[in-house]
Design a protein. Structure first.
Length: 498
């Protein structure tokens, strides 16, 4: 008797899965649901996944397969008069060995997602074959979207008709199910996995259940139709939006790399972001407020010879997106670099004078010393005060409308410290707090105070005398250079501001 029962179960399960070879990726066709037929007829809002939350979902992947007891997900129920009607199956052979040679077993329908789905495996009676989902909470006044994947191929060699329906209600009993709100019905075969979706506006707040029913007459041989469902979802109504990010800038850098920078939204300072280029999401869940987008031939890069639009959307705490902020940029051409950089160290190893041949595309230049930017000249020369008694590396970039060039480079060796000052002078006191007195061996015309970046922060006219006093109280504490200029030339010394 057990052996006969086992064979019966094997034949039944093969019939479920022997549906012909299908391509799951070709199966995502939208099958329009029937219009709701009860007092909820006006609930017709479509799915918008980006701004909806998942209230309930079941993909049947965590259910333990038990073909003899008829496995179901946690919280699901059956209402039936036969045996093993609705049950979870997987895409691997799990039958007794004598079942493997039954025709078409290798052509069974694979699941829509994952490796498991729920199938109607055996029909003894028509209208009483219901699968009942776990309960989930819905709120009156909201509109929800119910969706699932459905396949109804039947056994390959049979020509029986089929009937399927999905309902939603608040009481998981057979009598209540028959009068529950109808979401969807179908009477023809579906040979590929098909997306079914329908809207629902609950009249009252409470716990609701989904009911999946087969109502197929038995064939002359005593078998019925076979259905599968997968990827069941209940999506919420539109989620509230959150503040967008602010102040997006996009700048082309060396070799047309695009640097994006923005400010976090005030209501979500630790937000993550989805980044889009020309309408396509290129980075999901980015965690900082800067991003470097690279041009081709980098994988997924953009064409620098075309204009582009970048957009940043904050991910809200409810997982939907904010409105986007965007910047459109013209095409990026590579900026021609300057050439023939020369560096002269003079004035007792304290002044570096740089010159180069201009770039035809440059609107300005960036001068870098030992990896730190020290100036932004608009002409093809630059003078910097510092201590050059050690080797120094220089880089000069041309800055164009759409980016900056590769650098031209030069390295100056350690200066030997020959005194190149044109005349001698003294500084008192040094370090200085508020007043600085300068005395020279010759008349001088003016004084400049220069910081360590080569920037002139204070100038003082001297009216051609040998002594002057300068107020340095307003300067920040640090190391500075005093450069005095006379008809005989220039001399430089270092001083410390307390």
């Amino acid at each position: 008797m057990k052996k006969n029962l086992l064979k019966t179960i094997c034949i039944t399960l093969v019939a479920v899965l022997c549906m012909g070879s299908l391509n799951a990726q070709q199966a995502r066709k939208l099958d329009q649901p029937t219009k709701p037929v009860s007092q909820f007829e006006d609930a017709t809002t479509k799915i918008t996944p980006s701004n909806r939350a998942v209230i309930y979902s079941e993909g049947f992947e965590t259910t333990t397969i038990d073909i003899f007891e008829g496995s179901l997900p946690t919280g699901w129920l059956r209402s039936y008069k036969g045996e093993y009607n609705w049950m979870v199956v997987d895409d691997q052979p799990n039958f007794a060995p004598e079942c493997y040679n039954i025709p078409n077993v290798i052509n069974k329908v694979p699941p829509f997602e994952g490796s498991q789905f729920m199938a109607l495996s055996w029909i003894d009676c028509g209208k009483g074959n219901w699968a009942i989902s776990e309960g989930f909470a819905l709120t009156a006044g909201e509109t929800y979207e119910i969706s699932f994947q459905l396949v109804m191929p039947g056994y390959p060699t049979w020509n029986e008709t089929s009937s399927f329906e999905c309902r939603i209600g608040t009481t998981p009993t057979e009598s209540a199910m028959l009068s529950a709100h109808l979401l969807y019905t179908k009477t023809e075969r579906i040979t590929e996995w098909t997306l079914v979706s329908a809207s629902f506006a609950p009249p009252t707040t409470g716990t609701y259940y989904l009911f999946f029913n087969d109502n197929t007459p038995l064939t002359p041989s005593g078998w019925g139709i076979y259905h599968g469902i997968d990827d069941v979802k209940v999506l919420s109504s539109d989620l509230p939006s959150c503040d967008p990010a602010k102040d997006l800038t996009v700048n082309y850098e060396v070799n047309c790399e695009a640097t994006l920078s923005w400010t976090a939204p005030a209501d979500n300072p630790t937000a993550k972001y989805n980044i889009y280029r020309d309408g396509d999401k290129i980075v999901p869940g980015h965690s900082s407020t800067t991003y470097l987008d690279k041009p081709l031939p980098s994988p997924g890069g953009f064409n620098p010879a075309e204009p582009h639009k970048w957009e940043v959307r904050a991910i809200c705490p409810t997982s939907n997106e904010s409105t986007g902020i965007s910047v459109e940029k013209p095409l990026c051409k590579e900026c021609a670099k300057a050439s023939n950089l020369t560096v002269e160290i003079k004035d007792n190893c304290q002044i570096a004078k740089l010159k180069w041949d201009a770039s035809p595309d440059a609107k300005s230049y960036e001068v870098w010393k030992d990896g730190e930017k020290v100036g932004d000249p608009t002409v093809a020369e630059f003078e910097h005060i510092g201590d050059y008694k050690k080797e120094t590396k220089w880089d000069v970039y041309a800055v164009c409308e759409v980016g900056k060039s590769d650098p031209i480079k030069e390295t100056t060796p350690a200066c030997v410290g020959i005194n190149e000052n044109k005349f001698n002078f003294s500084i008192q006191p040094n370090p200085a707090y508020d007043k600085l007195t300068i005395s020279a061996t010759t008349n001088f015309n003016s004084v400049e105070i220069v910081n360590f970046l080569g920037q002139t922060v204070l100038t003082h006219a001297n009216n051609t005398t040998t002594t002057t006093t300068i107020d340095v109280f307003s300067l920040n504490a640090g190391v500075y250079f005093v450069r005095i200029i006379s008809n005989a030339g220039t001399s430089v010394q270092k001083f410390v501001k307390k």
